[in-house]
Design a protein around this ligand. Sequence first.
Ligand SMILES: [Zn+2]
Length: 155
Amino acid sequence: MKSDRICAACGARFTPLVHIVNQRYCPLAACQLARRRAWQRERLQTDPDYRENQAKAQGTWRARHPDYWRRYRQTHPACRDRNRDMQRQRHARRHAEPIAKMDASNLPIPSALRHLLAICRPQENQGVARELALVFAKVPVTTSNEMRSKSFDPI
Ligand SMILES: [Zn+2]
């Protein structure tokens, strides 16, 4: 006879079934659902074929039920708002890294400065070149998101 075990989901003691060798979850429906979800999460991370199959199956289902998620969002405003908040946080996290100074050449140069650079020949006008260098040195480190949201007026 098998000895009692502790359920991996609810933590309650249970007697494992004889024909299941390493039973870790009790027979409660909620614990079996937790077992299934843990298995699926692990499988999605480790098995590319399973992941691809799931994506295909979900795509097929979405094609057959085009209005499902629209209707779901309309009838579950709390879920919709929570999802929007979480998506905004993910977006902010993704775009929050400051631009490193070594990437300064990739920064979008404000159109006014670009114009000045175009007309300024450093070898002919050392003073303007020095001024521009000082302006660039004072430009604060800005996130790429902030840079995108700002607009610069042309001269
Ligand atoms: Zn349980």
